[in-house]
Write a protein of this length. Structure first.
Length: 492
């Protein structure tokens, strides 16, 4: 059984209504398709039967001004040619070397780290063996991403572009480890456009789970995870109803568990996260409006002219950036529809923000100058958006904290700063018998495929611990599930 406080599945993979339009207000990029193929295959289903996915040939369009634009392609050679035309032959050669390094990092970490329930530096060394130590050293865990990028690219615009990979896990490129260069390889392996929007993934997983016997209870907040002498005994809902369970997988942020939002007894199941170690939040605008000028793709990024100052604002001064970089997801566009639509189109516009929504109220007077700066940058790059109160809906860290309590609005769990950060994320098992964790704040990390991998690891842990033949009472919380059946992998 899945017990969820929201009215729909998906959690952060949500839709935001603006007028009669529904706009993806959470994750907008799907990579690592194989993760979902494995989930569907594990229960005898086909991903293509429930979702229509289109591979993106152009990964993203990047702009610094109306004259400075660069597209990255799924084909590295096409990207190298574009980079050569944009910044010169040396930068194109540096890009190809960067791609080769990114591939090696990914291949080194995919098995022993991503698929491992509780990896450690020692377990990586054991897995690699003596012959693999050289390869392990080349993933550069002790260097920052920014330092590695400086060795690959002399053009500051390219360092800025590829430094953005750190923000995919809510971190700063100036302190995140160089291992995050693996994102380049992940994107080249496939970025997929989901017909109907990302929320269709959540709907497809719910449909698949129901077909395999799972049940869902939406609009059912959990007051407490009930802990007995032997461990988890069940759930108490906000209305006082009690559900019995042998196991509970919590798919809320681990910080909410640690802060006692599901009861003090359960708080021992997750480590406390200091506020300074939180990942980024965001300030977003879900927009349904006419646009003109800039040839948007599904994914476009508009860069600020002072990247260091932007991250000093975010992590140092803990404030909205004065000159933000802006990401725009144009949800009605793909490679076949790059001309301006005749009517309004659906956009998600996003700037990074500090995760202080639990201690600071982001008022309209504070948001206004950031909004002005963000949309002035879009205009400078040639994009005009007919932004009016009735065409846009803003979400600040304050609102993200309300939606996902205990986080301050952090969207990626802990920040990935320093080489130890990836190993400090909790795994699926906790100190409380019968209590398990899953989601973007848990190992192996944030992002749609990583969260799905964490769910599989949690489900496998439940199956191992309870035994495949022992009867159990299924229960769930905030999108997680403890149903011990083949359907577990599909919905965890």
């Amino acid at each position: 059984m899945v017990v969820e406080q929201a009215a729909t599945p998906g959690g952060k993979m949500r839709e935001v209504p603006v007028g009669d339009a529904r706009i993806d207000g959470g994750p907008t990029v799907l990579t690592m398709r194989w993760v979902f193929e494995e989930i569907f295959d594990s229960v005898g289903a086909s991903l293509d039967d429930l979702l229509t996915l289109q591979p993106a040939e152009i990964l993203a369009r990047h702009a610094w001004s109306a004259e400075e634009r660069l597209d990255l392609f799924a084909d590295p050679q096409r990207s190298a040619e574009a980079i050569g035309a944009f910044a010169g032959a040396d930068e194109a050669a540096g890009y190809l070397k960067f791609c080769a390094a990114a591939k090696e990092v990914y291949e080194t970490l995919e098995g022993p780290f991503m698929r491992n329930e509780n990896p450690s530096p020692l377990s990586l060394i054991r897995h690699s063996g003596i012959k693999g130590l050289g390869r392990l050293s080349r993933i550069r865990p002790f260097d920052t991403l920014w330092k590695a990028l400086g060795e690959s690219f002399r053009d500051p615009r390219l360092r800025q572009l590829f430094g953005r990979y750190a923000t995919y896990c809510g971190s700063s490129p100036f302190t995140a480890p160089a291992t995050l260069m693996l994102v380049a390889h992940v994107e080249q392996a496939g970025v997929w456009l989901v017909e109907g929007g990302m929320f269709r993934i959540a709907e497809a997983l719910e449909k698949l789970a129901r077909a395999r016997g799972a049940s869902f209870r939406f609009g059912s907040p959990v007051r407490e995870i009930v802990i007995g002498r032997q461990g988890v005994a069940g759930l108490e809902l906000a209305d006082g109803e009690r559900l019995q369970a042998d196991a509970v997988i919590v798919n809320a942020d681990a910080a909410a568990v640690a802060q006692g939002l599901f009861g003090q007894a359960a708080s021992a199941g997750a480590p406390k996260l200091p506020r300074k170690e939180r990942s980024l939040s965001a300030l977003t605008w879900a927009v349904h409006a006419r646009t003109a000028g800039f040839p948007l793709l599904r994914h476009s990024v508009f860069f600020s002219d002072d990247y260091k100052a932007e991250f000093d604002d975010l992590f140092g001064r803990q404030r909205l950036p004065r000159k933000p970089t802006v990401y725009v997801c144009a949800q009605d566009r793909d490679e076949g529809t790059m001309s301006d639509p005749q009517g309004p189109e659906r956009l998600l516009c996003l700037v990074n923000a500090p995760a202080t929504g639990d201690v600071h109220d982001f008022s309209d007077s504070e948001i206004a100058p950031c909004q002005e700066s963000a949309f002035r940058l879009l205009q400078r790059c040639g994009l005009e958006v007919d932004l009016r109160p009735e065409t846009a809906r803003a979400t600040s860290p304050t609102e993200f904290e309300r939606l996902f309590p205990g986080t301050g609005g952090a969207l990626y769990g802990p920040a990935t700063h320093g080489w130890r950060a990836s190993f400090r994320r909790p795994g699926p098992r906790t100190k409380v018998p019968g209590l398990y964790l899953a989601g973007g704040s848990i190992h192996p990390g944030p992002g749609v495929p990583m969260a799905a991998l964490s769910g599989r690891l949690a489900a496998q842990s439940v199956l191992t611990d309870l035994g495949s033949t022992r009867p159990s009472r299924p229960a769930a919380i905030s999108g997680g599930t403890s149903t011990r059946s083949a359907a577990t992998d599909a919905v965890a």
